[in-house]
Design a binder for this molecule. Sequence first.
Ligand SMILES: NC(=O)C1=CN([C@@H]2O[C@H](COP(=O)(O)OP(=O)(O)OC[C@H]3O[C@@H](n4cnc5c(N)ncnc54)[C@H](OP(=O)(O)O)[C@@H]3O)[C@@H](O)[C@H]2O)C=CC1
Ligand SMILES: O=C(O)[C@@H]1CCC=N1
Length: 275
Amino acid sequence: MSGDLRAAVPLVLVGAGKMGGAMLAGWIERGLPANGVVILDPNPAPEMAALAAEKGLRLETTPPADVTAAVILIAVKPQVMDAVLPTLRGLIGPETIAVSVAAGKTIASIEAGLGARAVVRAMPNTPAQVGRGITACAANAAVTTPQRVLVTALLSAIGKVEWVATEDLIDAVTAVSGSGPAYVFLLAEALAEAGRKAGLPADLAARLARATVEGAGELMFQSPLDPATLRKNVTSPNGTTAAALAVLMADDALQPLMDAAVAAAANRSRELSAG
Ligand SMILES: NC(=O)C1=CN([C@@H]2O[C@H](COP(=O)(O)OP(=O)(O)OC[C@H]3O[C@@H](n4cnc5c(N)ncnc54)[C@H](OP(=O)(O)O)[C@@H]3O)[C@@H](O)[C@H]2O)C=CC1
Ligand SMILES: O=C(O)[C@@H]1CCC=N1
């Protein structure tokens, strides 16, 4: 295990759902010791209970009285945050770092609900499940440089990490990279449906669309070229791609649609801040 991660123990994960579970998988992969992790979830999924039993992780349904967290990672739904945070106060010591991944929940609301000094608001995404997420973070003034380093090490277990200068940027981060994987999956669905309408058997269209999105993502991952250059590399002069891109890149097509989608997600993030 990396020396950096050792300082995160005891690490309490509150909410072992899709996002919390993905993070847990990354930490275990990185060698965080099973006896250093406490999972807190009132109703863990059977797979999570099985994982805990297999790895020897401590799984609790109510906050344990004998733990002061070095790091508490809160991954419950935004709608239950205000009710859940006060129940976690017994886990917080003066040195505890609280990291919340809840969409829309502000640092101020987490400070107030939890009584923690050092608070990081983070926005990951589900490619974390395969170690290819990206998380952007904002910290309050109490977070020290070593604490930032520790949080970066923890979040690096599930992908790339960015820090933003001001918390208000997290709403736009949420709209781009937090929700963004869903837009890409929708693209795969829409491409498959368009292929079916163009005459392909539905299952073949689905396989072609899926492999195309997978391959394009992997190419972008491995290539030093920017997305625009990779796009141009597909586009033969006056060829088929140019014909399709003329539709997608028309003034009223994909860009304004994406602008509106991202603005809607960012607005929803701000609404969740209001409670
Ligand atoms: N999914 C995503 O792509 C992303 C999600 N997020 C954020 O992550 C958070 C979790 O989302 P997600 O993983 O999708 O949601 P899930 O519903 O999959 O996970 C939340 C988990 O928290 C559990 N829970 C509920 N109440 C408590 C409690 N009192 N103590 C401990 N655990 C509790 C839930 O149990 P039960 O199901 O029984 O209620 C569930 O297992 C949200 O705040 C979301 O905004 C951030 C970035 C991306
Ligand atoms: O949809 C949501 O609210 C969460 C936050 C970002 C991705 N999923």
